[in-house]
Design a protein around this ligand. Structure first.
Ligand code: NG1
Ligand code: MG
Length: 487
């Protein structure tokens, strides 16, 4: 139960039949490598329903997994290396790695593979690791707040874990000879097995290693990608990771729409995501200083616990002790009596943030975090009690307004799109994921669904970036990552 699963059949993973997508990858694998894959690893993207930019402050979030995922077709090889190819070969050129590959300093797509690979191989001596041939495909829109990066990292970790099968709980099945009739239809038979690394452990490991690629993320995305259950959203708490199933209300639908403004976090860490991580830490330090704490806690949650106050009381404390105007670096250094880097140095890549900014808004960021945490608890309670859609919609809209005004992570296009959703009758709409572009999620009563689509489709009229009809879609909670193996 606790361990990463190997599933029976592709039909058990999704709501609708997705067999064709696996057959396609298997054929491409055969075309490029001259044999069929031994197994598939898959890990879903996710949509966050509420609880934005608070996972790295230690507060709970409420996402659900999508039926869109990263898929890796894998075959072990005798070669002492890893060859990784992508179906979209022009965008993502193939690469060959050694079995102790390090992350590249450049921003290359394969860094997410290496992060996943390393999160499960650190304990395996290099001479015991196996070579792999890999073909990657995926349908999680990239850099759009639906966690394509975490689904990729998790998928890589799972593929590596299973290929190396280090714990030997199930024996590794021989590959089918190419002329075997079953090889023609890879998806006929799969069987159940398991490996010995807990899902929680894997979530922690992949989060830690994905941070090395750049974004100083919390653990929401990796956790939901691994532990999601079909049919329910998840309330996720951190330190340690805990999940609670959250039923979604009936009579209404969650709709995701893409603003088509990509938000590549790793390329903007200095001024966006990682800057917010640093600003939250500055808020913690300012509160700690005001209360003369001898040791500064690391997160807004830790300082709440340290002071033993409620979220409401923390909001008062922030209003009282952190000024509304921006703080310059010089002001902060005077307040703390040290260089600013001393306050944030254990945050990876924080030097890049400090080198690219001269002012910070700790009060606004902390107010967002404490208020958003309150909304997440309330959202979960409403779902578990009466499922009052109106209340849920209002919480989503309040969350969005806070992301826009206090956290400043919305964008012009998102505002337009969310405005159209509300005009079309959505009872709530908000940006989802890190923001600054990417997607929004709207809650709409089923009888209003068509009207809302009609309004929102205006956003895409004459937009040259629209390449398919997948820019707007409804979604239900899907299951977490797993392995598919042919008998
Ligand atoms: P997206 O935008 O989906 O990559 C990111 C972080 C999350 C969380 C959200 C904001 C990564 C891998 N994930 O999600 O941990 O902080 O932003 O709520 O960067
Ligand atoms: Mg991401």
């Amino acid at each position: 139960m606790d361990y990463v699963e190997v599933v029976e059949s592709v039909r058990e993973i999704y709501d609708k039949d997705q067999t064709a997508k696996y057959d396609f990858i298997a054929q491409r694998f055969f075309h490029d490598f001259g044999s069929y894959p031994g197994f598939f690893a898959r890990a879903p993207g996710r949509v966050n329903i509420i609880g934005e930019h608070i996972d790295y402050s230690g507060y709970p979030v409420l996402p659900m997994a999508l039926d869109r995922d990263t898929i890796m077709a894998v075959r072990r090889t005798e070669m002492r290396n890893i060859v990784i190819k992508n179906i979209q070969r022009n965008k993502f050129p193939e690469a060959t790695f050694s079995l102790d590959q390090k992350l590249s300093d450049e921003h290359v797509w394969t860094n997410y593979f290496v992060a996943g690979y390393r999160s499960v191989t650190e304990e395996i001596p290099v001479e015991n690791r196996v070579g792999m041939l890999i073909m990657v495909d995926g349908d999680v829109p990239i850099a759009s707040g639906l966690s394509s990066s975490a689904s990729f990292t998790v998928c890589a970790a799972l593929a590596t874990l299973y290929a190396n099968n280090p714990f030997g709980k199930t024996s590794y099945k021989e590959y089918l000879p190419e002329d075997h009739p079953k090889a023609k239809n890879m998806l006929e038979d799969y069987y159940v097995a398991s490996t010995r690394i807990s899902k929680i452990q894997l979530a922690e490991l992949t989060t830690r290693f994905e941070r090395m690629v750049g974004t100083q993320c919390g653990g929401m995305d990796q956790t939901i990608s691994i532990l999601a259950e079909a049919g329910t959203a998840s309330f996720i708490e951190f330190n340690p990771i805990r999940l609670e199933a959250v039923p979604l209300p009936s009579g209404c639908t969650f709709v995701i729409a893409n603003s088509l403004t990509p938000s590549p976090k790793v390329l903007t860490i200095a001024t966006r995501y990682n800057k917010r991580v640093v600003e939250c830490r500055i808020a913690v330090a300012l509160i700690a200083k005001a209360f003369n704490l001898p040791i500064f806690p690391k997160t807004l949650k830790e300082i709440q616990e340290e002071l033993g106050r409620s979220l409401e009381e923390m909001i008062e404390i922030v209003n009282l002790h952190i000024r509304e105007e921006e703080y310059t670096t010089a002001m902060l250094e005077e307040t703390f009596g040290t260089l600013l880097i001393e306050i944030v140095k254990d945050i990876q890549y924080s030097d890049i943030v400090l080198n690219n900014n001269t002012s910070y808004k700790p009060r606004q960021r902390a107010l967002h975090v404490y208020n958003e945490a309150k909304r997440v608890y309330e959202f979960k309670n409403v779902c578990q009690n009466n499922g009052d859609c109106e209340r849920l919609g209002r919480l989503m809209t309040e969350s969005h307004n806070s992301c826009r005004d206090l956290y400043e992570c919305s964008s012009e296009q998102l505002e337009t799109l969310i405005g159209l959703a509300i005009e079309g009758g959505a009872i709530g709409s908000r940006l989802t994921g890190a923001g600054w572009g990417g997607c929004c999620i709207s809650l709409v009563r089923n009888e209003q669904l068509e009207e809302m689509y009609r309004k929102m489709l205006k956003f895409y009229e004459n937009n040259p970036l629209v390449t398919d009809d997948n820019v707007i879609f409804s979604t239900v909670p899907c299951r977490g990552a797993c392995i598919l193996e042919s008998k």
